[in-house]
Design a protein around this ligand. Sequence first.
Ligand code: PMP
Length: 354
Amino acid sequence: MKWEANVRKVTPYVPGEQPKCTQMIKLNTNECPYPPSPGVAEAIAGISTEELRLYPDPEVGELRQALAEYYGVTKEQVFVGVGSDDVLATAFLTFFHSDRPLLFPDITYSFYEVWAELFGIPYERVPLKEDFHICAGDYKRENGGIIFPNPNAPTGMEESRELIEDIVGSNRDVVVIVDEAYVDFGADSVLSLTEKYDNLLVVQTFSKSRAMAGMRIGFAIGHPKLISYLNDVKFSFNSYTMNRTAIAAGVAALKDETYFRNTLERIIETRERTKAELKKLGFLFPDSKSNFIFATHPRLSAKSLYQACRERNIYLRYFDKPGIRDYLRISIGKEEEMHIFLDFLKHYIEQERG
Ligand code: PMP
């Protein structure tokens, strides 16, 4: 068709499957296996249709204030969006406006490359070390910005605060984004470094540790100037990103610290038990500080195992990409779900041995 010459053609990000069946063990998109705090359901039920008639607060003041109090910063240091994907996309559009390349690891969250392509941002994928760690020295050269997750995805590996500070401090003329989507599962957040470095933006989400992937809430914390630039782009795009229900649910989630901590503890315990069991079965994996494990097996094809699990309604994530196609990313589910999964693995391995 003739009009296709004028179309912006992009290769989109492919999210993990959301199968429609109910009888499944869903370990493929790093969701929290437990529901959010009961206060969240109450907050949602409390939204009246009279409220829905009206636009939400375009400044999202209430949720930003609640986040500011929770993290000990000011509201002017907080930006919120429709999941951290929305926050990250806005940040790409805002901060990576340079002829020099944006740098991110070659094995990382694959949406980074998609946004760079979409917005026409030059970029370079920087190889990780053989052990999947980031080498700070690789990020000390001319660039138009830097982004990486900590812990990284899909490896689950944590980088030290010292390494991150080294990268941020060596790149004061560009914005460095640390995507802390999984930080609550036992890694050390660099949020406090935003007080020291005005070029550091830390992004987090309610989708994983706060069990609210379906609600779509993400946020960024950084210097008020960074936040103000983000808001300028947001208000040039869509004033009402956060709906009233999400705002109320987000505020309620932040109030229930005990529930939050208990949920995290359960997931971390299950993760550590799963690591021990996987090790016994001969799997190898980098030490995960997230709610997933990135595992490989010296004798098994990851792709075949992924498919065998799928036939049993156990959903894992498999990336058919160079460097990681021997690995499976396994989200941490409920304790009993992991038992069923590990039992299946035992039988599968026995069968393969024949
Ligand atoms: N960053 C990383 C590293 C992720 O894995 C994800 C989840 N796909 C996100 C950001 C986005 O999560 P959300 O939009 O649900 O906040």
